[in-house]
Design a protein around this ligand. Sequence first.
Ligand code: HEM
Length: 406
Amino acid sequence: MAARRRYGAVFRSNDLIAGEVFHIADRASIEQMFKWKPTDYNVGEPRQPMEPVTGPSSILLLDAERHLRMRKLMLPAFHGDAIADYAELIEQITQREIDGWRPGERIRTRTAAQAITMEVIIRAVFGITDSERVAELKGVLPRLSSINPLLAFEAMRRDLGPRSPWGRFVRDRDRVDEMLYEEIQRRRNEPDLDRHKDILTLLLSARDEDGRPLTDRELRDELITLLLAGHETTATSIGWAFERLLRTPRALEPLTAEVKKGHNGDYIDAVIKETLRVRPVVSEVFRAPTQPTELGGFLFAPRTQLAASILLVQYDPELYPPDPLAFRPERFLEDAPEPYTWIPFGGGVRRCLGAAFAQLEMKVVISAILARTRLRASRATSEKARFRGVTLLPSRGGEAIVESVD
Ligand code: HEM
């Protein structure tokens, strides 16, 4: 925010990990970026370090035509109607998590939500129901998703046996792959596929414009991608929702009253929107133009890294007056946000595929917790936002004391 104030809506940073990046902080330029055609820009190159986990056909790493083909194949599975059915499953998983809470206990809502969102991915996305397999995956998958620091450095990628960090990673990944390929095979051999209602089933029946289905390799890569893109982001947003709510009685009280009545009013949606506005887990999204491109009064050379700053647009005092930092869900009851002013899921053809899924998950998990428990913040001061790469985490994980559980 200080850089924005000092240097204006376009400013540059340069560090060892990200290299030179131009940050774009005004709504009009970001609107322009989100309207670029698929061939106007790339996003895959800076994400290459993720390839050992996601595999080469991950939608996150593809650009232009190949990206568009994959996006069209995956999109129907994430449509609002297709995902509404998962609410019941998410609710059951949340109730089981709450069953383990005791009055007086100190919990980290982000960690609790991570256990929930992980299981949601295993059951609703991978469609795995066998409890032994679910338990094994719950053990090994978090190790795969936390490997990122190692991936940034080529030199660290050496297999020095099962005890070395990379060796352990390769073995974990191979075990996960084995389980996913088995699951894919089992489904392919099953005549009544339609009995299952999960994302894998929908992806298995998807066909591209030439009538081709996804290969096993592509299916595996997209399943892991959905885990990586969908599990921590959603859990962290739930952690932030509690971090804010437990310090804002004005918002917590009407929300608790609404969820205890058991009906879904508008307030929960406003709380989710406001959480994603004041604490956007992904603070910026990257685009590298493929040709010389004018933006915000500057001319950028091809391959320049341009970062659309979600955080700075959502903190713009002109767009969210008078106090953009205040947590005030009512603002979303008064007016729908203007286009390109509320952008926690990015925009254009790269917009988050799981946006509806994530908001459904946030809604069900937050409602279920508030309906059954009373929580208070472990300390009165706000938790600091800690940056990990471009993600924004609550410094104490949305810590809370459980006062009562029904
Ligand atoms: C609150 C939770 C979430 C947030 C804040 C979030 C945010 C984002 C953002 C900012 C992007 C990049 C958009 C851009 O470049 O314009 C993205 C991409 C993506 N997200 Fe999410 N996400 C969340 C949850 C999920 C979930 C639950 C899933 C799936 C189960 C998911 C799947 C994806 C995929 C597949 C992409 C890549 C889309 C593409 O490149 O075409 N996300 N997400």
